[in-house]
Design a protein around this ligand. Sequence first.
Ligand code: TRP
Length: 460
Amino acid sequence: MTERSGFSSKVGFIAAAAGSAVGLGNIWKFPFEVGESGGAAFVMVYLAFCFILCFPLMVTEIAIGRKGQRNPVGAFVALGHSKWSFIGKLGILSCVLILSFYNVVAGWCFGYFVEILSGNFSIGEQFPDFVKDIIKVGGYSFVFMVMTAFIVSKGISKGIEKAPKILMPVLLIIIVVLASYALTLPGASKAVEFYLFPDFSKITGEVVYNALGHAFFSLSLGLGAMITYGSYLGKKENIISSAVAITFLDVGIAFLAGLMLFPMVISQGLDTHGGAGLVFMSLPGVFGDMNPFMGMVIGGLFFLLLSFAALTSTVSVLEIPVSYLVDEKKMKRSNAVWLTALGIFLLGIPSLLSNGYSSFFSGFVTYFGASDPTDFMTFISDVASNSFLPLGGFLIALFAAFVWKKENLFEEVTNGNKNFTNTWVAKFLGFSIKYLCPWILGAVFILNVLDKFFGITLYY
Ligand code: TRP
């Protein structure tokens, strides 16, 4: 099989994959999940899942992609049998769902960038009205989707690899600067205590599966993003060290985002349970308290970078259906890109309407009425990240352990180095893929479905 063209270097691959992982999940979703799910206890569970389940799965996804040299649907067929293509198809469905609401939030970020640059620091208080202004927000989201599609249409080395190589280091610097500043604010020590000292009594079933879903979402796992990027990775590159770098960058940036945000929230007198609006309501006030010039520079830069972090993620999600259409349906890349982008934008309209504009979508009765109404966007995000991604991870682990087999996985991971099998990394990988991932992910999935869809709660 000939190797397909792709990333020009390992650094390019790591930047793009870390660019996929680091996004709104780290800076917007992580702090509000922490806020809603009991602070440091959530952080501990999340970190445990990242290293015990997600890291091995990331290695596996990259290896499946590189061996298969195809999009997720084709890769499962190439390494297994056509009956396994459904895992890839489930991934594509999750992709479409995730991008449909993610792009709306990315539109908020981009809109905030514009507002802050025009000196509007009270945009934080105006958040509820801002998200209801669907023409404005819809416009920003539309522009965002166009930017995403433009990058994806350029292909791997000229688009998907290029942008993150520049944007990721800058993002890291800005977050370090903002976190250091936040720690000097009044109330910082209280915030750090909430964020870093766990109260284990707060760990409930809900906290565990939110943390699991978030670990998957944050590391871009479970729907084949890493399979797709892995398919463009050179045969000589080291998968393990790449996955280590991606995981640490992602977890590190989420950690710093929390360290930055909670002191800001508390110093603004806001509640840490702020929900989806947390970042959007607390930060503008902080920037407004600086001198106007500094506020504009730092605030503008922050929302610009948040938009860029989102962009390197949306690009990775759009690439999945696109690579499927190009490989399997022999579509021209540019047609596949624009068609999918437009379709997903339209599917995002209910999410756009669900933040107060339409009462139907804002108070959506979900899960066949088994749980309280929430807005449509939260519902989709819950279903996709807390149910579909762990389910995808479960199926990918089963496939790798029992269909493709551990030996083949190890061979792809090490480029055929036989000594690897005896190292502790290999033993841990094998154990996690064969036992931990299937059992833990399977159990959490079943408990979640019973609880959310049927109202049967077997834990509390
Ligand atoms: N990981 C990204 C974030 O944290 C979102 C994302 C990009 C994603 N690609 C994905 C989530 C694939 C799940 C699967 O913002």
